[in-house]
Ligand binder design. Sequence first.
Ligand code: FA5
Length: 345
Amino acid sequence: MLNQVEELASKAFDELDRVSDVNALEAWRIRYLGRKGTLIRILRSLLTLPPEERRVVGARANELKKALETSLAAKKADLEQSAVISLQRESLDVTLPGHPVLLGRLHPTTQVLEEICDIFKSMGFQIVEGPEVEWEYYNFEALNMPADHPARDMFATLWVDFETESADKTMLLRTHTSPVQIRVMEKSRPPIRVIAPGRVFRYEATDATHEWMFYQVEGLAVDKNITLADLKGTLFEFTRRLFGSDRKCRFRCDYFPFVEPGVEVAIDCLACRGAGCRLCGNSGWIEILGAGMVHPEVLRRVDIDPDIYSGFAFGMGVERIPMLRYGIDDIRLFYSNDLRFLTQF
Ligand code: FA5
């Protein structure tokens, strides 16, 4: 029995050495000193021993019990002390400034696109979309620009190297959103009122007002009795709502093979208030869109009778609108991914 007590003593002290937190210490206490613990079981079984052995084993067991209790108290104090130290180390200075939470935001082009779409939606226009990789037919042919038409030069084109069986089926990156006009008129009959926002691509050198990739919003209205006055009324209302009534808006004759007559619309330059600067190329005006009355040939090609129906169309450059509004003097800032620029909007 004495051997059992000695074994218990060495095991209990060994385990106590390895205890490293208060939960393990409590489990240790229950295992060795608890009411059903090993030492108490030994003390209870003393009664079964002969008196002489009982005295010796009893004395050693009681001595061990005291030693275990003392070591338990010391270990507990130790653990509590180190818990306090680590808490002190982890303490927070609640007066320190926090880390700013960076919120994402919409790109300035997206913000303006949404604004443009909202204005036209409120005038009864529906929003439609077309593909960015387009057939030559929709980008040129159906818009009254057959192969070798000199007006194709107005749209420096990025061609897509794509093998087709038929030579007349060539693909390109659309140079404007006007092909969506044809796609819409092929599928629906007048009355039509749609706008088509999207990206367009041109193989041209960039400068302060020209990018090789930019956004346009196409507009198309076809119905009986639509006149140039409807086009002017719609675009004047649009510019008034977007820029305010104090900005000047200029209509001038222009040429696009898919409209007749054709016009270009410009807004007075905000940066120089019309005096002339780098942004407006010293003209005092920034062209924002091309427009006109849909050419009878274009209507005929999609089986809409030009003797019964007429329509107007426009295509506006989106980036030039925030440029005018905020006085941004270089379009290339939009897609250079400079957060110092983008986070201002
Ligand atoms: C066209 O793209 C015609 N499809 C517009 C049109 C539609 C005319 C319907 C008649 C009827 P234009 O190439 O002028 O036209 O471009 C229209 C607008 O896009 C311009 O007024 C300008 O605001 C913008 N734009 C043109 N080229 C660039 C460019 N490289 N970078 C940024 N914006 C441009």
